[in-house]
Design a protein around this ligand. Structure first.
Ligand code: PSU
Ligand code: MN
Length: 303
């Protein structure tokens, strides 16, 4: 009643093919139209080129769709008033039959309901700067603590407090793995200069860790931190200026709760002109490739 899995995704799951989940908040709240739609469709192609089946997830008229069609993705990119749907919003959106854009947290949840274990996104939410006063900690982190899905991302933006985000994930038992890197990726920048304990050099190594966690019935997610390609990065110093301006504007405009992240993303995007958008696209394309490769290796292990 509340979930619809596309034929293609159903067949892939039934036939033991690798599937990669994709989120929709990045489409409706993360990028401007029409770049958002072009990017989402290109991400799906890259997943296919690397041997997996893409499943973009979003809520349409109160039904969670796992494996949106091209037309549905296009509509997601254009439509105004799509609700940013985190975990607490799901029952309301379903009951009112609204459209909802799934965040990392809710995409993980619906992916796991559908039996999809690998999910590719841009960056995750985390512990916000000043969280010791505001309590602003993304629901993405609790979902990573509880839901059995591996998230491939380019780390998290420096709009967040990255050291506190790592502490939180450690407390809740979420492995954070550097893909061909020793440090946590910082979204636009290749590195945050925060050392990770675990590095993998290829997709099979990552798949082995996911496999071990699942075989042991260790509940919860795994975070794969895949840095933006160095040629596409914006350095920490360069982006920090804009991040600090955006944080000040958020405070001045009294932005609170779920509006904080979209406000910061949009403000940074506006301030950097096209540059942050180009970096954003490059890192997601890179994540799509790596995520699909991991899904392929993981499926082989399961067989
Ligand atoms: N970080 C990004 N781009 C995004 C998001 C985060 O670099 O589009 C989105 C994701 O959907 C993520 C959500 O799950 O923002 C986190 O929102 P909040 O901080 O309100 O939990
Ligand atoms: Mn928040």
């Amino acid at each position: 009643m509340y979930i619809r899995i596309s034929k293609e995704v159903q067949n892939a799951i039934k036939n033991n093919k690798p599937v990669v989940a994709l989120e929709s908040t990045i489409i409706s709240h993360g990028m401007p139209y029409p770049e958002n739609v072009k990017t989402a469709l290109r991400v799906e192609e890259i997943v296919k080129e690397n041997g997996a089946v893409p499943a973009t997830i979003g809520i349409i008229d109160g039904v969670a769709v796992v494996g949106m069609s091209k037309e549905e993705i296009e509509e997601f990119g254009k439509r105004k008033n799509i609700v940013k749907a985190s975990r607490r919003d799901i029952p309301i959106i379903m009951a009112k039959k609204l459209w909802g854009a799934t965040t990392v947290a809710t995409t993980m949840y619906f992916a796991s309901l559908a039996g999809i274990e690998i999910f590719v996104t841009g960056g995750i939410g985390g512990v916000h700067r000043e969280a010791t006063k505001t309590f602003d900690i993304s629901a993405d982190l609790q979902e990573l603590a509880n839901t059995n899905v591996t998230v491939v991302c380019a780390g998290a933006k420096a709009i967040l407090d990255l050291p506190l985000t790592l502490e939180y994930l450690e407390t809740f038992g979420v492995p954070v793995i550097g893909y061909q890197s020793d440090e946590l990726a910082a979204f636009y920048s290749h590195t945050s200069h925060l050392k990770l304990d675990v590095r993998v050099n290829d997709a099979l190594e990552a798949a082995n860790i996911i496999y071990a966690k699942r075989k042991l019935n260790l509940k919860g997610g795994i975070l794969i931190s895949n840095p933006i390609p160095i040629e596409n990065e914006i350095s920490n110093d360069e982006i920090d200026v804009f991040i600090n301006e955006a944080l000040k504007e958020a405070a001045k405009n009294n932005i609170k709760g779920k509006d904080v992240t979209p406000f910061l993303l949009k403000t940074i995007c506006d301030k950097t002109g096209g540059k942050s958008l180009e970096a954003n696209k490059a890192l997601i394309f890179n994540n799509a490739k790596v995520g699909a490769m991991i899904a392929v290796e993981y499926k082989k292990l399961q067989k």
